[in-house]
Design a protein around this ligand. Structure first.
Ligand code: GDL
Length: 694
């Protein structure tokens, strides 16, 4: 199963390169030819043609190519050959193929025969992202979906003369899709046992977009598949989110994987030009070998690896910088950026056109001169658009600083010891924002417009985002009136960004987002403090809000009445030292109230509770937390504090009353573990009582 990475042909070679396997606009033929050139230069050897939204690759897979299309494909296949790149033609018939119908198999063979005539020698059948249910006709012939796919794949493979490179993409192409798991997946076992040994299998790792791929996970899947997989890596794919682009290095795949794999193909960003980093760093990774570099005991763990993502990124960005300076427009730009002008000035005068002939007179505006883009600009750009599970270092610092400035806003104008620190950190944040704007300006003026146009929407978006954050910090520091962009009742559309999808997200708990910066789940600052009488109204508000959540109806009056409702509604006062409230930066977001002895309170609201309940669990607690608090730990801490107050009063146990409809709190208490449901007679069927001893 072992292989070594790098270019070269032959059955044992490590497949390395690019899969054009994303949804959306496919790359152009020119871009693909450019890709082959780069692959050759960087030592990558394969290109898998699998553009999801190309009609004849998937939706109309049966249709043969027209003469014009044939010409283009032939040119592409020969361009790949010229650059020593293996061109693999993939087809995705899974949307509607009937496996058991011989006409369908014939159609598939005919289509692939046509591509073979174009000079293509390597093929692939893809069954990703399709329905897993077989049609009735197939169910009669095949014992499972895996058997159907493997049978047809073997037949096509043989028909094509057992090509040296032939790839199969399973429907369960990552661990997350396997039921119940990889080692017990009957689908994967059948695929592994039935597919002919010359066919290689694609695998995306633990997930569709895998954060990390471990050696153990590959060993596990290899033993089920009976061969080393070819990784289809979605680490740089961005087709699932129009606001994201990935310019970080190939990362979190140890180089010890190389001998355990048959290959790696990256399925990168939809935009062709920004993939320079994704592909360049993958090439660096493929060249790194486990016994490559000298080992230094002083080195950290990452340094021990012959591949350093950070170094690979710098190499890639250094080469990419050259690309930005290359003019790709016929005739333009009229004037070179400042850096190039100097070099040229010693030589012959430049070819001129109208713009170049114009020489400003004394007192006229000087000609606009573009500042050259720098390596630091590209590092910053990559940090802002890094990887799917990670922001780059500068982006992380910016988020941390903004979070600190926001959390310590009181210090901004208080004139205390912390004010100086607040102001200097605000200035640092402002400088970082300014660097983003400067980077944007220099990028916009770079001679290579094709790269710029692919980046444009993203850099515009981040420039606006940073602009809003910057204005917000200025407002906090009292340096400007509440920003027009932020606070105005009639802002410009860029003051409320994100469209309908943004609105949907904001309505979901935790904004529907798992912020990369807040990882693990939440680092929002919560404060738990003792309840005071002035909090009564807010507690009532939270109680009402939760009671009416869902259908917008006011709370149902439960008969007999609940002691905890009376406590939350302020009709009963909590016992001294037995009440807390939870606050976040918006305000009060939860409370925990207790009655040490609930019996008199029950009597007060004429609630009969059997004596044995009060004997075993004399105290009652009422806890509520607004849904915006998605992190369970502050609620746990608040309940912990309340229980310890109850304990120190000498109580033997506490109970709570919950409505069945309050699934959130029911789940919460269940997960806490210490509370167990108890039987209380005479309660409404909707009420669950849970109790804990001290
Ligand atoms: C997928 C698709 C791929 C897509 C990617 C990222 C595979 C095998 N298939 O599941 O076409 O680009 O997710 O959205 O990865």
């Amino acid at each position: 199963m072992s292989a070594s990475a790098g270019a070269g042909a032959g059955p044992g070679r490590f497949i390395s390169g690019v899969v054009e396997g994303f949804y959306g606009r496919p790359w152009t033929m020119e871009q693909r030819s450019e890709l082959f050139k780069r692959e050759q230069k960087w030592g990558l050897n394969t290109y898998l043609y699998a553009p999801k939204d190309d009609y004849k690759h998937r939706m109309y897979w049966r249709d043969l190519y027209t003469a014009e299309e044939a010409e283009q494909l032939m040119a592409l296949i020969s361009a790949a050959k010229q650059h020593d790149v293996t061109f693999i033609y993939a087809i995705s018939p899974g949307l509607d193929i009937t496996f058991s119908n011989p006409k369908e198999v014939a159609a598939l063979k005919k289509k692939l025969d046509q591509v073979k005539e174009f000079g293509c020698k390597s093929f692939s059948l893809l069954f990703d992202d399709i329905e897993t249910e077989m049609c009735p006709a197939d169910k009669q012939v095949f014992s499972s979906f895996a058997h159907a796919q493997a049978a047809i794949t073997n037949e096509v493979y043989r028909h094509l003369g057992e090509p040296e490179t032939f790839l199969f993409c399973p429907t369960d192409y990552c661990a997350a899709f396997c039921t119940p798991n990889v080692s017990q997946s009957s689908y994967l076992h059948t695929v592994g046992e039935t597919l002919l040994p010359g066919i290689d299998i694609l695998w995306t790792g633990p997930k569709v977009v895998s954060h990390k791929i471990s050696v153990e996970s590959i060993e596990e899947v290899s033993s089920v598949l009976k061969r080393a997989p070819v990784i289809w890596d979605n680490i740089h794919a961005n087709d699932y989110d129009p606001q994201r682009l990935f310019l970080g290095p190939y990362k979190d795949r140890p180089t010890e994987l190389i001998p355990k794999l048959k290959g790696v193909l990256t399925n990168p960003n939809c935009e062709f030009f920004p993939n320079f980093v994704a592909i360049h760093t993958l090439a660096t990774w493929c060249k790194a070998t486990a016994d490559g570099g000298p080992k230094d005991v002083e080195m950290g763990e990452e340094e021990q690896d012959p591949y350093s993502p950070q170094k690979a990124l710098t190499l890639a960005l250094t080469d990419w910088l050259q690309e930005f300076q290359r003019t790709d427009q016929p005739g333009g730009p009229c004037r070179p950026p400042a850096c190039l002008k100097k070099e040229l000035s010693d030589e012959e005068p430049m070819q001129t056109d109208l713009g170049e002939n114009y020489v400003p007179g004394p007192g006229d505006n000087p000609l606009y001169t573009a500042e050259p883009l720098t390596l630091d600009d590209l590092k910053l750009l990559s940090d802002l658009f890094y990887l799917p599970y990670e922001h780059g270092p500068t982006a992380r610092t910016m988020l941390q600083e903004l979070d600190w400035l926001r959390s310590n806003r009181c210090a901004a104008t208080a004139g205390t010891d912390m004010t100086a620190e607040w102001c200097s950190r605000a200035q640092r944040f402002d400088d970082m924002c300014d660097a983003v704007v400067q980077m944007f300006n220099r990028l916009s003026n770079a001679p290579n417009r094709s790269i710029l146009y692919d980046l444009y929407n993203y850099i515009c978006d981040i420039k606006s985002g940073v602009g809003l954050a910057r204005a917000f910090v200025k407002t906090l520091g009292g340096q400007s009136r509440p920003s027009a962009q932020l606070m105005n009742d009639d802002p410009e559309p860029w003051g409320f960004r994100g469209g309908l999808s943004g609105e949907f997200q904001r309505m979901l708990p935790g904004h529907g987002n798992r912020d990369l910066y807040r990882h693990p789940p939440m680092t929002a600052v919560y404060c738990i403090r003792p309840f005071c009488p002035e909090d009564k109204m807010e507690v009532q508000r939270i109680f009402k809000e939760i009671q009416s959540a869902g259908d917008g109806e006011p709370a149902l009056v439960t008969q007999p009445p609940l002691i905890s409702d009376s406590l939350s509604a302020g009709e009963l006062a909590p016992s001294p030292q037995c009440a807390f409230v939870l606050e976040d930066e918006i305000g009060m977001c939860g409370y925990a109230l207790a009655l040490i002895d609930a019996k008199p309170a029950a009597a007060k609201i004429q609630r009969a509770v059997s004596g044995s309940v009060f004997e075993e669990f004399p105290s009652l607690i009422a806890v509520q937390v607004l849904p915006r608090v998605t992190d369970p730990s502050p609620t746990k801490r608040m309940i912990g504090g309340l229980l310890s107050s109850i304990r120190s009063s000498g109580s033997r146990g506490a109970f709570c009353e919950l409505r069945q409809s309050d699934q959130r709190m029911l789940n919460f208490y269940t997960k806490l573990g210490s509370f167990k449901p108890i039987q209380v007679d005479g309660l409404h069927a909707d009420i669950v009582t849970m109790a804990t001893d001290m």
